[in-house]
Design a binder for this molecule. Structure first.
Ligand SMILES: [Zn+2]
Ligand SMILES: [Zn+2]
Length: 276
C-alpha cells in the first residue's frame, strides 16, 4: 500500500526502515532454520504469573551468535548511513569488549543508566548504542514470539489485561489497530510483532474509559489513521482503523509512516508517556 504523507518526511526516512525490516526478516529466517519451537501454554503462564512470557521463560540466546547478528547490523548501517561511519567504527572496534550476554537484558529492562555509561566509554551517542542493540535483538524476539501470535491474539482479556505491556516481550507498544471484521482493537508490539486485544474506548495509559474524555485526531479527514487522545492523562496512541480502508500489511512501517500523527498529538500537548 502506498500513501502520501501529509507532511514531507526526510528523504530516505521510510526506505531506511523498510530496508531495516527486510534485514531483520532475513536474519529471522536464517535463525529459524536451527530453531526448535517450545510448546508453552502461554495463556496459563500469563494468567498465573502476570508477567510477560520473556520474564518467566528463559529463551536461549547464544552470546556469540548475537554478537554476529550485531556486527552484521553494523555492516547494514554502514551501507545505509555512511554519514555515521565514525561512530560505527567505534562500535566495531569495541565488539570484543561488549557484553552480548548482558546487553539484551539491559535493553528489555530499559536500563538507561547502563546504556549512558556504556555510550560514554565508547564515545558514541547513547541513542545509537540503544538503537543497535534493540534492532539486532528484534529478529530473535520475533522468532521466539511467532509460535504464540495467534494464541495471544485470541486471548480476549482472559489472561492478560495490560494494554501498555507486550505480553510476550514486555515492551511498550506505539500502535494499535481496529480489526475490520468485528471492530475489536489490538495493540501491536513493534519489537516482537505480538498483537493482543485491548478495549476500544479506553486510554491505554491510565485506563480512562469515559467516552467524553477520549477523543480522536486525524489529518485531512483521513479517518483510517487516528490518534486516540485522553484528557485525563494527556496520553495518546496511534491507531489504524481497518474498517475505513482495509487491512494494512505492515504495522511496523505504518508506525513510521504516521510520524506526522505523533507531531500533531505532541503539538497539541499530548504525550506517548514514553519516559515513564
Ligand atoms: Zn513484544
Ligand atoms: Zn489517559
Amino acid at each position: 500500500m502506498n500513501r502520501q504523507s501529509p507532511v514531507s518526511l526526510p528523504e530516505g526516512y521510510l526506505d531506511f526502515y523498510k530496508n531495516l525490516e527486510t534485514w531483520q526478516n532475513i536474519q529471522q529466517s536464517t535463525l529459524k532454520k536451527a530453531y526448535q519451537n517450545r510448546p508453552l501454554d502461554v495463556q496459563e503462564l500469563l494468567f498465573s504469573t502476570n508477567k510477560p512470557i520473556l520474564a518467566s521463560v528463559n529463551f536461549e540466546l547464544e552470546p556469540g551468535q548475537f554478537k554476529k547478528t550485531y556486527s552484521d547490523l553494523l555492516l547494514f548501517l554502514r551501507k545505509e548511513r555512511p554519514e555515521i561511519g565514525g561512530s560505527l567504527d567505534k562500535l566495531e572496534n569495541n565488539l570484543d569488549h561488549l557484553n552480548f550476554d548482558l546487553l539484551p537484558v539491559k535493553l528489555l529492562e530499559e536500563d538507561q543508566q547502563h546504556f549512558s555509561a556504556l555510550a560514554e566509554v565508547l564515545d558514541v551517542p547513547v541513542e545509537l548504542v540503544i538503537f543497535t542493540v534493540d534492532h539486532a535483538l528484534r529478529p530473535y524476539l520475533r522468532l521466539w514470539a511467532e509460535p504464540y501470535y495467534s494464541t495471544i491474539a485470541q486471548d480476549d482479556f482472559k489472561s492478560w489485561n495490560f494494554a501498555t505491556i507486550c505480553p510476550f516481550c514486555g515492551s511498550k507498544p506505539h500502535f494499535s489497530r481496529i480489526r475490520g471484521a468485528d471492530g475489536r482493537r489490538f495493540m501491536f508490539c513493534d519489537r516482537c510483532f505480538t498483537e493482543w486485544e485491548t478495549r476500544n474506548i479506553y486510554c491505554i495509559h491510565c485506563g480512562n474509559d469515559n467516552p467524553h474524555s477520549i477523543q480522536y485526531l486525524s489529518v485531512d479527514g483521513d479517518m483510517a489513521y487516528q490518534v486516540y487522545t485522553c484528557e485525563e492523562c494527556k496520553g495518546y496512541i496511534k491507531t489504524y482503523d481497518e474498517r475505513q480502508k482495509g487491512q494494512l500489511n505492515d504495522l511496523f512501517i505504518a508506525n513510521f509512516e504516521t510520524v506526522y500523527l505523533d507531531m500533531l498529538a505532541q503539538e497539541k500537548g499530548y504525550t506517548s508517556h514514553d519516559d515513564n
